[in-house]
Design a protein around this ligand. Structure first.
Ligand code: SF4
Length: 426
């Protein structure tokens, strides 16, 4: 593995690093301070978002899932209970007192019902303002809570696997997608639905049926990925045993990306599969419009439906929703020329509704609205030319003796000359 790495971590990384550095392996986890500024059309929006690392791995065991297979279907709770999750949020707010937006990193955050309930109780007892939490979850996990409880926790964005209607994963048991998505939207909670194409039962016609059903649920965002047998997963083992891995595509690891077919499908070839995938993305955008305005629509519903909620924190959340959607008005009218005629009409209606419910734009907002088309063009230009799309590379060193440039080069020389020890390493 040298000269590219000194060690390779297999398994859970915190334990690995602690062992490597001679630290106590079982000491409590300390959350790193990781935050990010958010922009939309290159304009800063809301505040910073903070990342909370609540757990690793997932017991659901979907056959394609590398995370679940990697941790052997175990859930490693980095934050053991609800109060610990709240403390991690509070810790970030000590550094950034106005921070209200958080990403909870946990594969299926609310699957552990006791921990979810503990978090709700901890939030209820706290003096925390209304939060905006984004989570990964599942039908099974979300069905254990009412939408009202989710709002009380602060959740307003969930990533859910819609996968395919007949996929039959245990995580899909609980409320129907229609019931769940409907009540989430009514409570101002946005849904990213992830659909898979390439299950053995899927023909192009069945994919179309499932796509139509998904569109009728009006998800806030969509992801369409091609089913893939990642190394180490049950799906990989099955396809390998059945001799169905495509020797060329599968051995090209750049194709393990959800955008390539790497196995022999009974009904659909690789090119057709990619064509179907592209068409789903295009048609979703054409039918439902930009996700950001679907999100505004969700938040508007939240404002309208939660303003009289019995819990003061939820009423405060409704006011926050109102404030966000009112600010978003500057984007709406200038965006109409970039969307299909049907969506443009919908944006006009949404704008009118926002004026009706939250008041007209201020003179300052009218000014900003005038520059929005230019910002959209500028953002499109940056995307096309890959400008500023990736964070800059940064390197941090801890407890290291600083080396001079010549010392670093001297250390690399044996590898360049092929004189290093080619032992098994770590
Ligand atoms: S629910 Fe998500 S994280 Fe869990 S096993 Fe399934 S795909 Fe993986």
């Amino acid at each position: 593995m040298a000269p590219y790495a000194d060690y390779i971590c297999r398994g859970e990384g915190v334990k690995f690093m602690r062992e490597l550095l001679g630290e106590h392996v079982d000491a409590p986890y300390i959350q790193p301070v990781i935050t990010q500024k958010q922009t939309l059309f290159s304009l800063p929006i809301l505040g910073r978002v903070g990342y909370v690392f609540a757990g690793l791995g997932c017991p659901n065991g979907c056959d394609f899932c590398a995370t679940s297979a990697f941790f052997k279907r175990k859930h490693i709770r980095l934050l053991p209970d609800g109060p610990a999750i709240l403390r991690a949020i509070e810790r970030l707010r000590l550094i950034y007192p106005d921070m209200a937006d958080f990403w909870i990193n946990d594969e299926d955050f609310l699957l552990n019902k006791a921990r979810g309930r503990g978090f709700l109780e901890a939030i209820r007892k706290s003096d925390m303002p209304p939060l905006s939490l984004s989570i990964f979850s599942s039908v099974r996990a979300l069905s254990q809570f009412t939408a009202s409880e989710l709002v009380e926790m602060g959740i307003d964005w969930v990533w859910v696997g819609y996968e395919g209607k007949r996929a039959g994963y245990s995580k899909m048991k609980g409320k129907s997608f229609r019931e769940l998505f409907g009540e989430l939207h009514e409570h101002g909670i946005s849904v990213l639905a992830s659909m898979i194409i390439g299950f053995d039962y899927q023909t192009p016609e069945i994919i179309e049926e499932e796509f139509e059903e998904l569109m009728s649920l009006r998800p806030t965002m969509c992801q369409f990925l091609i089913y893939g047998p990642a190394h180490g997963t049950p799906l990989y083992e099955r396809y390998k045993a059945e001799g169905r891995l495509d020797p060329v595509a599968f051995s090209d690891h750049s194709k393990h990306d959800g955008f390539s077919l790497t196995f022999n499908h009974p009904h659909i070839g690789p090119e057709e599969m990619s064509r179907i995938q592209r068409s789903l993305y295009h048609r979703e955008f054409e039918r439902l419009g930009p996700s950001v305005y679907r999100l505004v629509d969700d938040l508007l519903q939240g404002y309208l439906n939660l303003s009289d909620h019995e819990a003061p924190r939820v009423r405060a959340k409704a006011r926050r929703c109102k404030d966000i959607v009112h600010r978003a008005m500057v984007l709406l009218l200038g965006s109409r020329k970039y969307v299909s005629p049907g969506v443009a009409d919908w944006l006009t209606e949404l704008y009118k509704k926002l004026v009706e419910e939250t008041g007209p734009m201020s003179p300052r907002q009218h000014l900003i609205a005038k520059v929005v088309p230019a910002m959209i063009e500028y953002t499109e230009f940056k995307l096309r030319h890959n400008i500023g799309q990736q964070p800059k590379f940064s390197r941090k060193t801890y407890r290291q003796v600083k080396k001079t440039y010549s010392q670093v080069l001297a250390g690399m020389l044996p590898y360049k000359l092929g004189l290093h020890n080619r032992g098994s390493g770590f």
